[in-house]
Design a protein around this ligand. Structure first.
Ligand code: DGJ
Length: 694
């Protein structure tokens, strides 16, 4: 007898089927199936043959592959009893509950006293399926590994794309050919991490950004994760996601994976990207003021670092407001005796040497300029040179002789006393001052992976969100060290990278857009000479690249020439005029025929308008630009396309391509099939095109 279930989002169907009461396996995942498809038949048709050298029955690649059934690859569950002996579970169906959007399957291993629950939640608008596995035990057990519902990877795929990175170089795409054995990505640093963003895309043969099929996965957990992509000897492929192995360190009776977000696309990588972008913006993030436009930020970090002087900060704020900033964020250096990064973390009391009358005079000045005020914290950290450490040395996570990171230690967030202390300090600052934004930093890795640490941080964030619902929070971890849907359930913005180098940012924006929408992605105009790359880039490139995402400034405005200030004001004005539709636009990565050009198209939901950013990140091989093909337009509609910054064509561009002097009016089909012919430009420049349907 077959038990079968189907999950539909309108753009994909996922079919689960099981023999008798066994755990089910995915027997189909792809384009929507007809409503009357015979699922039992699909189950029968899915069975693979048996030949020499194989068992007499092929172990199922189920939602939790069972070692007890001789599964020949990574099992979905690795467990030990209180004495350390392995527990080999074998589950049988207890209950299946299905509604239009939810499926909840419960299984039991009576012999070992275990219950396993797999849940699926489908979203017909964003096309994301959210799935999760939970384990309950009658007695405390040690968990070495629990996978979220295990999914097959397609056979008609040559490579997988997962994400690497580093400080100032986040979201680097790693392409790995499929081959026998395991590709394992694991973050063991207690954060989702610069190095291992928890995402995977499996493109099928021939898929590009704009066409073909692809499958995508994101594990929504901030505490470090493990991904396994395995090809078995029989050719089947499985994808597993869970917490970093062993990060639940205590014996317990309940364990759960984080939500795993998945989707199938028949419109290239962009189909996956748009599903994640929309789901994150419309379902995961909770916006304190959903109808208020994202404000232009000013962040003072790279202007003053720890050197806080009230008159200087007021002057900077005045200039930032004149350039168009709407929120001023006071970064590290305002508390304790924080004159450098060796001291004071956890002493969240305003430094009376720098602010003898408290923060009020600065905030009043900022409010007087029409800006709101945000403040930096790094709550989970402590310096040994702090009053808090001197009073509570036992609050530190890990051994006393552990290696320090940025001269700091980590607070043990699993301790209720630590959370109570941090809540009290942060709540006091928020109660005493009109603050609408926190930049929540996290500048070192944990001494070891520990899921309880992440649960403690989530609990503190959740409590603050309940008590201060109007305050927005930015997740920063030396730039993009903690970006995932788990932290973004509690925050509204990520500091994507400490790199304010516009060329590096152009690339990071492009690759992060596979998962992140514009509305959550912080991007600032940095100093003329970039502090992290030493590169000097033109203000136009710096401003337009910041305008690709949630825009802000971080340079010292006193360094700007009149020309730079004028360019920045103009681009900021453009961003403010357009942000009402850009906030909800889809970011589509373009398939540029020129590898020197990194290009994207932000398309309004109703397809009536778009903006294209085409950044020339290197010198091209050929002498003039190749046409840039657009995507996602209505083929029959006519669009007027204008080069927003055509006045920036350099003198060496001597010809008369249409866009240098006028608009192009053409069908969506022409723009997508032939593409747009841009004027010649120097490298390290960007063209910005705007289009509207007529
Ligand atoms: C690291 C962050 O990424 C920076 O933006 C800044 O906030 C510093 N920490 C402050 O210490």
């Amino acid at each position: 007898m077959t038990h079968s279930y189907r999950i539909d989002t309108g753009r994909q169907t996922l079919v689960l089927a099981a023999r008798n009461t066994r755990l089910p396996q995915v027997v189909y995942w792809g384009a929507p199936l007809p409503a009357d498809e015979d699922l039992a038949m699909l189950h029968a048709a899915h069975a693979i043959d048996i030949t020499g050298g194989m068992l007499d029955e092929n172990p199922d690649l189920s939602l939790c592959p069972e070692a007890s059934r001789s599964f020949p690859g990574q099992p979905g569950l690795i467990l030990r009893d209180a004495g350390g002996a392995p527990v080999l579970a074998m589950f049988s169906l207890v209950d299946a509950v299905q509604t239009a959007t939810d499926l909840r399957l419960t299984y039991r291993d009576a012999e070992n006293g275990l219950d396993l629950t797999c849940t699926f939640l489908s979203d017909p608008e964003t096309h994301i399926i959210t799935c999760q596995t939970a384990l309950n035990a009658e007695y405390p057990v040690y968990l070495d590994w629990l996978a979220a519902p295990v999914l097959p990877a397609p056979q008609h795929s040559e490579t997988m794309i997962d994400i690497s990175g580093r400080w100032c170089g986040e979201f680097q795409l790693a392409h790995t050919p499929w081959s026998a054995g395991i590709r394992l990505r694991e973050s063991r640093t207690g954060r989702s991490g610069h190095e291992h963003f928890p995402g995977l895309i499996v493109p099928c043969h021939g898929a590009t950004n704009t066409q073909g099929e692809a499958y995508a996965f994101h594990y929504g957990w901030s505490g470090g994760h493990r991904m396994i992509a395995e090809e078995l000897a029989d050719g089947r492929r499985q994808i597993q996601w869970g917490h970093a192995a062993g990060s639940d360190t205590q014996a317990a009776t309940h364990f759960s994976t984080a939500p795993l977000y998945i989707n199938y696309s028949d419109s290239g990588l962009n189909g996956c990207a748009v599903a994640f972008q929309r789901h994150l913006r419309d379902r995961i993030v909770t916006w304190p003021k959903p109808d208020t436009p994202r404000p232009v930020h000013y962040n003072c970090w790279e202007a003053v670092y720890f050197d806080h002087k009230l008159p200087v900060l007021k002057d900077i704020a005045t200039r930032a407001a004149a350039l168009g900033a709407e929120r001023f964020v006071l970064d590290d250096g305002w508390f304790g005796r924080r004159d450098d990064d060796t001291t004071s973390l956890s002493d969240w009391i305003v430094d009376a040497r720098k602010y003898p009358q408290g923060l009020q005079p600065l905030i009043a000045h900022i409010h007087g300029l029409g800006m709101t005020f945000g403040l930096w914290f790094e709550p989970e950290m402590i310096n040994e040179d702090s009053d808090t450490y001197r009073t509570h040395p036992g609050w530190v996570l890990g051994r006393a002789d552990q290696t320090r990171g940025r001269q700091q230690l980590v607070l043990n967030m699993a301790l209720p006393a630590v959370r109570e202390y941090l809540y009290g300090r942060i709540a006091a600052i928020l109660t005493d001052h009109p603050i609408d934004y926190i930049k929540w930093d996290h500048n070192r890795v944990l001494p070891m992976p520990d899921a309880a640490q992440t649960r403690g941080t989530y609990a503190l964030l959740d409590r603050l969100r309940v008590d201060f619902p109007a305050v927005e929070i930015e997740s920063c971890a030396s730039g993009g060290g903690r970006i995932d849907f788990g932290i973004l359930q509690r925050t509204q913005r990520v500091w994507l990278s400490d790199s304010n180098d516009a060329l590096e940012r152009l690339r990071i924006h492009h690759d992060a857009a596979l998962f992140l929408p514009m509305a959550v992605t912080g991007s600032h105009v940095g100093p003329r000479i970039c502090h992290t790359s030493g590169r000097t880039l033109d203000m136009s490139l710096r401003a337009w690249v910041a305008a690709q995402r949630h825009m802000g400034f971080e340079m010292d405005p006193r360094e700007l020439t009149d020309h730079e200030a004028a360019v920045l004001s103009k681009v900021t004005g453009w961003w403010k005029q357009n942000r009402h539709w850009l906030h909800s636009a889809d970011i589509l990565r373009l398939d540029s025929a020129d590898p020197a050009v990194i290009a994207e198209q932000q398309l309004a939901r109703d397809k009536t308008r778009f903006v294209v950013f085409a950044g020339k990140a290197a010198t091209s091989t050929q002498i003039v630009p190749r046409p840039l093909r657009l995507t996602g337009l209505d083929g029959q509609a006519r669009y007027r396309v204008t080069l927003v910054n055509r006045d920036e064509a350099p003198g060496l561009s001597r010809g008369a391509p249409l866009l240098k002097s006028g608009s192009l009016v053409a069908s969506g089909t022409y723009l997508m099939q032939h593409g747009v012919t841009l004027p010649w430009s120097f490298p390290d420049r960007i063209w910005v095109l705007q289009g509207e349907s007529l």
